[in-house]
Design a protein around this ligand. Structure first.
Ligand code: GDP
Length: 429
């Protein structure tokens, strides 16, 4: 029995989806435990290219049961359209291989609108939201003002509950933001057109997971975003509104008794960051453009160009600690083939002092990166499948990162496709 979490170590977009797609071959269940449709997990396999927003990335493996846990922001409209898209590309979905927790809260139609309205109100102080309604959703969840997916099975109760929420939310929409109110008819249409479509997939996933655990099944937990976006441990307030850390997996999945056996932290071979907030190691100019182009660093959900920089050892070491990572998957090593010398941010300069500790969020804006250069390899490594076949400089780069972050790198990806991977499974530091 294994309970393994795949989690992002940095700002997200590290390549968690491709890792879950690969690893799920050895698992019985894949569970998404937090977040919503605000980021995309890109997966390239024999079915094609996918940007999964809500569906767990184990969905392509026959025999794997995929679960959206209670910690997820389930947006019925977007989920249904994603399900249709995936099915069109030849992937079968049924209540057998996709289960939505009856305890997951539903992202309501006004959440996306409120996200847009609040970012507009903030103007140049905006958070850089993807405007998928995630912050308003989680605020409402913690105020106990959303509805649970399972309430769709209790239409009378649901109607009363929705009417109460409608009355309250219209006060905010009209009086705070001067927006148009919602009507009960609009909510009824939303239930009919979106919620009813996903209803057959809603069930008591907690009971399913407990049963799977009792039978000794292998469970893979898939996180969204990364350590630095965690609500409690990230760069607040430039975080997401949920916990992206592996420690939250048991709670957000519906299996609070799960003992996590492995945490595979996913680290990109360089840094990227979408949206606003401090990004100490950010690169600008031609060097940044070259790296962005080489890595195809444009958001899967929004198409926004990602901010790029060298690998940030300070932030990565902190991310490893926060995730309690037991091993690392280092992704996109092939992208660095474009560089003569590879920059690495080894320390921060704060108030004239060199530090290797990740500072308190408010201090980050004054931090300056200390950059060192490692030797590049300047050749195509995308066909390499064994560590010892990598150029000497690439092996040295990997060994250097391991030493700095104190965690073994057991997977190295050299291309976006499922099999573009070097596996060092029996390897330990
Ligand atoms: P996630 O949200 O953590 O799953 O990451 P994203 O899917 O947002 O971003 C990762 C991007 O890098 C996707 O476009 C992947 O197809 C791509 N990718 C993943 N691994 C590799 C790799 O080893 N090499 C290259 N060139 N691209 C990769």
């Amino acid at each position: 029995m294994a309970n393994c979490v795949v989690a992002g170590i940095n700002w997200g977009d590290e390549g968690k989806g491709r890792m879950v797609d690969l690893l799920s071959e050895d698992y019985d269940v894949a569970v998404r435990f937090q977040g919503g449709g605000n980021a995309g997990h890109t997966v390239i396999n024999r079915y094609g290219t996918f940007a999964l927003h809500l569906l767990p990335s184990g969905i392509f493996r026959p025999g794997v049961v995929n679960i959206l846990g209670n910690g997820v922001a389930v947006d019925p409209e977007n989920l249904w359209s994603e399900m249709q898209g995936v099915m069109k590309q030849g992937v079968s979905l049924s209540p057998e291989n996709l289960k939505i927790s009856d305890r997951a809260s539903l992202l309501l139609p006004w959440h996306r609108q409120l996200d847009v309205l609040e970012e507009q109100r903030l103007a140049d102080k905006k958070y850089g939201s993807t405007k998928q309604g995630i912050a308003p959703f989680y605020s409402d969840k913690y105020q106990k003002k959303t509805i649970l997916a399972g309430e769709l099975f209790y239409p009378d109760t649901l109607k009363v509950h929705l009417a109460d929420l409608l009355e309250w939310k219209n006060l905010i929409l009209t009086q705070v933001y001067g927006a148009q109110p919602y009507t009960m008819e609009m909510l009824e249409a939303w239930i009919e057109e979106s919620c009813e479509k996903i209803k057959p997939f809603i069930c008591d996933t907690g009971a399913f997971l407990r049963h799977a655990q009792a039978e000794g099944k292998n469970i893979l937990f898939e996180a969204q975003l990364g350590s630095l976006r965690d609500l409690d441990y990230g760069i607040y307030p430039y975080t997401t509104s949920s916990n992206t850390t592996a420690a939250y997996a048991p709670v957000g999945s519906g299996l609070p008794s799960a003992k996590i056996t492995d945490v595979i932290g996913v680290v990109k071979a360089y840094s990227t960051c979408v949206g606003e907030g401090p990004f100490v190691c950010e690169m600008f100019g031609n060097a940044a453009d070259t790296l962005r182009e080489a890595g195809g660093e444009y958001g899967a959900k929004t198409g926004r160009p990602r901010r790029v920089g060298p690998l940030d050892i300070v932030a990565t070491r902190y991310g490893v600690e926060v995730q309690a990572a037991t091993e690392i998957a280092l992704t996109k090593l092939d992208v660095l083939s474009c560089m003569e010398k590879i920059p690495v941010c080894t320390h921060y300069l704060l108030c004239g002092e060199k530090t290797d500790r990740f500072p308190f969020p408010a201090a980050l804006k004054d931090a300056q990166p200390v950059i060192e250069y490692r030797d590049g390899w300047k050749c195509d490594i995308s066909g390499v499948r064994r560590f010892e076949d990598l150029p000497r400089e690439a092996q040295a780069y990997v060994a250097y990162i391991e030493e700095q972050i104190g965690c073994p790198i057991t997977y190295i990806s050299v291309g976006p496709e499922r099999d573009s991977i070097i596996i060092r499974k029996s390897y330990s530091l």
